[in-house]
Ligand binder design. Structure first.
Ligand code: MN
Length: 202
């Protein structure tokens, strides 16, 4: 599938005359695959967890956000693939538009796909996700270490549901997840309220 096909749902839901979200035409950059975690103050506050797979960002909506505590299992509901430039998106999606609300870039960086088959060969990351289980190591400003995404529900006609879990010994000093209203952008240091306020003054 080309990025063009993969982004059809994303583009179909948005009017790029009205939202400043990217329409998506950037090619993949150098270095490891990227990840980004955004906080999105939409109808319901949530975190958006995105992993670059080839030329798109695979995306999950995580209501409580990723936790650094291995004891926490965080619900992650898949959403449509997003364009790579979305990792820079911070701002206000107008009310009435698809997923209207304020977005900040909470964390981002690169990740290493992990996982081996029984023969010790590295597994293909995209394939692992398709099969419903993938592990990876995040190298962000805030998030570091190994995480897994595992599908636990999702048949032909039920909505898919996954769990995002921090791997590692339970004794590792996890601090859970910050309060989304106090959290600051890794890009600009702003809170959701500050981004919303700045957009209002433009
Ligand atoms: Mn969202």
């Amino acid at each position: 599938m080309t990025a063009e096909d993969r982004l059809r749902t994303y583009r179909g839901r948005r009017d790029f005359e009205r939202t400043r979200e990217p329409s998506g035409d950037a090619a993949a950059g150098e270095g490891g695959p990227r990840f980004v975690v955004q906080i999105h103050d939409a109808r319901r506050m949530h975190f958006d967890f995105r992993l670059q797979v080839e030329d798109v960002l695979k995306s999950w909506s995580v209501p409580k956000g990723p936790s650094t505590d291995p004891a926490d299992k965080r619900l992650a509901v898949p959403t449509e693939d997003h364009p790579l430039e979305y990792e820079d998106f911070e701002g206000v999606i107008p009310k009435g538009e698809y997923s209207g609300g304020t977005v900040i870039v909470w964390d981002r960086g690169t990740y290493e796909p992990l996982g081996h088959d029984s023969g010790g060969r590295p597994v293909d990351f995209a394939e692992s996700l398709e099969r419903g289980h993938a592990t990876f190591r995040l190298h962000g400003d805030k998030l570091h270490g190994e995480y897994s995404l595992t599908r636990f529900r999702g048949g032909a006609d039920e909505e898919e549901a996954w769990l995002l879990v921090r791997k590692g010994p339970a004794r590792s000093a996890g601090h859970g997840t910050p309060d989304p209203r106090r959290a600051r952008s890794v890009r600009t240091g702003r809170t959701l309220a500050q981004v919303a306020g700045d957009a209002g003054r433009e």
